[in-house]
Ligand binder design. Sequence first.
Ligand code: PXP
Length: 253
Amino acid sequence: MTDYLRLGVNIDHVATIRNARGGGHPDPVKAARLAAAAGADGITAHLREDRRHISDDDIARLTNEIDLPLNLEMAATEEMLSIALRHRPHAACIVPERREERTTEGGLDAAGGQNHLRYYVSSLTEAGARVSLFIEPDPVQLEAAAKLGAPVVELHTGAFCDAYLEDPDSARTRNCLERIQKAAAVADALGLECHAGHGLTFDTVGAVAVIPTIAELNIGHFLIGEAIFSGLDSAIRRMRALMNKARADTRSA
Ligand code: PXP
């Protein structure tokens, strides 16, 4: 069991709101500072090919102005690799990216994309980044990630969160959660550090945070949305408290 569960706050959608009008408000770097003060352990940002939210300048400023470790989410492309090599973020999470998708809709095909991904995993690792692969909670993908030499996997929790939203008590919700639980155990057996994220909310975070071998959660859209109602500081503090409570339950179980 990992003693402490880290929270990476994804600030992409602060930039989404800024970009709706152009200009500089709201500033994702200001949000990152606020997240640090509210108890985030890291800042996560996805520089997409189409720059729909985070910009190149945001990445430069997050690297230079924020003390928390930056986790750069990036597609496995030459352009993103050269940006990562220039800024040398603490961590790089390789994600699949399709222009037409609204968000990162599925995990990477680590098993099918071995030759392509190997180059990005090794180049980023040589540059000193902690490399993770964003994958579905599927043992085949976990084994492929281990073969690629990635030290970390991030399990896609989107299917579980979608199922929970539809019906928290359905067999589908239970199955989705079991897949995450099993995948986290497989990651541990393979010696991979296990992260998780996508779609997590106050209602769904506990079930994932209680899984003992998960070391980090990355959460964005819900926190930024919730900030409209209660403020970003309060939203992050409440999420952090729910994660702490779940981890305390793990310890006492
Ligand atoms: N982890 C990864 C790899 C992601 O791509 C995203 C979305 O950018 C998240 C976590 C956060 O998802 P959400 O914004 O739904 O909390």
